[in-house]
Design a binder for this molecule. Structure first.
Ligand code: SIN
Length: 275
């Protein structure tokens, strides 16, 4: 395959990709190169991409079926707008993997900057492979085979409490999305590489441990994921696109720009059962 793209590694994860205009009619070979780059670097950054919402969704569909965020499905389908401003302060400043309370959490996200604050508003990603691989073998083997209960309502109960139709949404989620167990150590379906699969939004407890044990171990492991050595940080410009693998990375939207405005558009691709 002729390599026309350039991937410049940024940190333990993340690469800047140059040599492509994503509004072009992209060949299957180019999509395959991006896909390979994503497997290797886990998050890719593309600058100066003048993509409409429809183009962003069309690009994401080259990588899989669209994932629709169920909490926001009344307002958004394939394209999600994430806007923060003086009336809606930044709120995603906790490391998390998206929607892990689902049996099949989303696989990939495509986040594109439409309005960025003058300073601040970066996004950070952490590598959940590196977090697992940074543990001793003895500790790793204790974690292998453990499972955790994840719950969408652990996060959304607080959010729904502020919504007009929140009570109805909460009931809907209780029925449609009961808590679910996933392996604590997940093997990536394509690379086979193992990673910690837990996050502060949705992971409720480690199954089979008492509450004190579970809280202490989870806190230790979550801090392991959040270590700066395992992170990369992106300074957005209008037109920057980040694509990341939600299976093996966690992300954090730095909340340091209130009351300025920041507006992003996001498309996502389905994942699979966690194993
Ligand atoms: C998200 O959590 O998906 C949004 C990240 C961001 O806006 O930087």
């Amino acid at each position: 395959m002729g390599k026309s793209l350039r991937f410049e590694r940024v940190a333990v994860l993340g690469a800047e990709v140059t040599g492509i205009d994503l509004t072009d009619d992209l060949s299957n070979e180019l999509i395959a190169e991006i896909d390979e780059g994503l497997l290797e670097h886990r998050v890719l950054f593309f600058r100066d991409q003048d993509l409409s919402g429809d183009q962003l969704v069309a690009l994401s569909r080259r990588f899989g079926e669209s994932f629709v965020q169920p909490a926001l499905a009344d307002r958004f389908q394939e394209l999600l707008i994430i806007e923060t401003n003086k009336n809606r302060p930044p709120y995603l400043n906790t490391f998390h993997q998206d929607m892990t309370g689902l049996p099949e959490p989303p696989g990939l996200h495509f986040l594109h900057a439409l309005v960025v604050p003058e300073g601040g508003g970066d996004t950070m990603w952490s590598c959940n492979y590196a977090a697992y691989e940074g543990l001793s073998e003895r500790f790793q083997s204790m974690l292998d085979g453990m499972t955790c209960t994840h719950s969408l309502l652990k996060y959304y109960a607080r959010i729904f409490a502020r919504w007009e139709n929140g009570e109805q949404k909460k009931k809907e989620f209780e029925e449609r999305f009961p808590p679910i167990s996933h392996p604590l150590v997940r093997a990536h379906p394509r690379t086979g590489r193992k990673s910690l699969f837990i996050n502060r939004f949705f992971t409720d407890r480690i199954d089979g441990l008492n509450a004190d044990e579970s809280d202490a171990l989870l806190e230790f492991l979550l801090r392991q994921i959040e270590r700066p050595e395992f992170c990369v940080r992106l300074r957005w410009r209008v037109g920057t696109l980040a694509i990341w693998d939600n299976r093996c990375t966690s992300h954090y939207a730095v909340a340091d720009y209130f009351p300025q405005r920041r507006k992003m558009q996001r498309a996502s691709v389905e994942g699979e059962r966690v194993s």
